[in-house]
Ligand binder design. Structure first.
Ligand code: GRF
Length: 186
């Protein structure tokens, strides 16, 4: 399966997907890394790995034209599944419908808890004993699609949001490649 990864930042989950895709038995390859932020650190890394990249800022373009360009780049690359990896922009209902059941996302909480932002601070404020991450199908509802896989990490005394984020991120890097492999072979 040819996978397109959308990023907005450092792209550590994208790097984990790329690393896993290089194993002979991996059922997906990363056909394109695309970003709404032309200066995203992850894009430079992807280029250094010889991966195809596409960068376009929606600023001044408008969302429909921006999304049409992203859609075109994904289709030109022969992408069958889109993996969001720290992509910080909401996809329109039209884009989601065009890629129905073919977009997945990784979210840093144990969904359905803590949809949206500031997940780690919210888990700490609630006094949770565990945190974690979820890979889910993307639908029109923010962080609301079917959960495909989850990983838990302990919340330790003295954790702040950064410490918890770091522990969860390590779990994300293991969970996302494994869950994506299961998803593309479902
Ligand atoms: C991750 O915590 C991911 O769960 C969230 O945004 C962060 C992206 O990190 N959606 P990276 O860009 O993959 O390093």
């Amino acid at each position: 399966m040819r996978v397109g990864v959308l990023i907005s930042g450092r792209g550590s989950n994208m790097m984990a997907l790329v690393g896993a895709s290089r194993a002979a038995e991996c059922p997906y390859e990363i056909a394109l890394v695309a970003s709404d932020k032309p200066d995203a650190a992850g894009l430079e890394w992807a280029q250094s790995q010889g991966l195809a990249t596409f960068a376009l800022s929606p600023k001044g373009l408008g969302k429909p034209a921006y999304e049409a360009a992203i859609d075109g780049a994904l289709r030109d690359a022969g992408v069958g599944v889109v993996a969001l990896a720290g992509y910080m922009r909401l996809l329109s209902d039209g884009f989601v419908a065009a890629w129905r059941d073919r977009i997945v996302n990784i979210h840093p909480s144990l969904l359905p808890k803590y949809k949206g932002l500031d997940t780690h601070a919210r888990a700490l404020a609630a006094g949770d004993a565990v945190g974690g991450c979820s890979v889910h199908v993307v639908t029109e509802e923010l962080d609301g699609g079917v959960v495909l896989g989850q990983a838990e990490v302990p919340i330790l005394a003295g954790d702040d949001a950064d410490a918890l984020a770091e522990r969860v991120l390590a779990a994300e890097h293991a969970l996302y490649p494994k869950t994506l492999a299961e998803f593309v072979t479902r």
